[in-house]
Design a protein around this ligand. Sequence first.
Ligand SMILES: Cc1cc2nc3c(=O)[nH]c(=O)nc-3n(C[C@H](O)[C@H](O)[C@H](O)COP(=O)(O)OP(=O)(O)OC[C@H]3O[C@@H](n4cnc5c(N)ncnc54)[C@H](O)[C@@H]3O)c2cc1C
Length: 287
Amino acid sequence: MDFFRPTSLIDALKLKSAHPLALCINGGTDVMVELNFDRKRPETLLDLSAVTELNQWSQAGESIVLGAGVSYSRIQAELATELPGLAMASRTVGSLQIRNRGGVGGNLGSASPAGDAHPALLATGATVNVSSIGGNRSIDIHDFFIGPKKSALAPDELITSITIPKARGGQQYSKIGTRNAMVIAVCSFGLAIDATARTVGTGIGSAGPTPLRAADAEAFAASHLDWETGTAPSVELLKEFGALVSAASRPIDDIRGTAAYRRHTLAIISARSLKWAWKSTNEFRSM
Ligand SMILES: Cc1cc2nc3c(=O)[nH]c(=O)nc-3n(C[C@H](O)[C@H](O)[C@H](O)COP(=O)(O)OP(=O)(O)OC[C@H]3O[C@@H](n4cnc5c(N)ncnc54)[C@H](O)[C@@H]3O)c2cc1C
């Protein structure tokens, strides 16, 4: 097996162009599982963990540009104010050791329907920035997931960063699992309220072939929340929102849970998320 460890993005892109079948590895928390279980036997490994450009984040006006290799631990420690939903999701990933190694670039690279970063990115309307030696392009997160564990990334492309709008309202992330750590989501839900644009964003995890958005629930909440006075949403409103989120899911029965259980819990966690996120939207407004 050939092993390359570039330290600059340009060298990484040149290597990926020369070896399009090279398997990228960053934190290795997905890749090493594949290798250890002999599910993948790549001829070439391209280690991106030393590429400086991928390991930093920056401010860009109203957004954060998050390098693909920034770990979950750093997101929790450094970006909880700007990206509260993603920081909450990061807190639920694996264990401390996994959060120190793994990051959003790897989560997107694996494109699992259960990836914890995905609902938070969908809810905020993030953009995935990818590059090849031929140029750069930005992919709307809503177009990124094209099938189970399949993404819009081309073989010669690398994920360089993710542009995520800074919070302009309450955000939440909830995950159903058999325990509080080291668990793949039975289902999950991310929510981001934008008090300036008066919009509500959603993301559903582990309840469909890809991470999903609940577009009808978003439109319903945006048109029924009391943006003028900030009055708490009624029980009926929360219930209808939950029902619309549940209806947008496309779950299956599997080893982690039944489709019926996923639909039921999604309705509950999404209604709670809206209630809590609305409360912090009001706190946000009064700051
Ligand atoms: C014990 C354990 C617990 C876990 N718990 C969770 C959990 O709770 N929630 C969760 O979502 N995940 C979990 N995972 C999975 C994993 O930690 C995450 O998916 C993590 O985000 C992967 O990041 P990484 O940097 O380690 O990716 P890697 O393993 O390095 O890579 C993952 C995939 O992305 C590709 N890739 C990496 N970087 C790039 C790039 N810059 N451009 C293009 N492709 C790239 C790789 O080729 C590979 O296909 C767990 C894993 C383990 C082993």
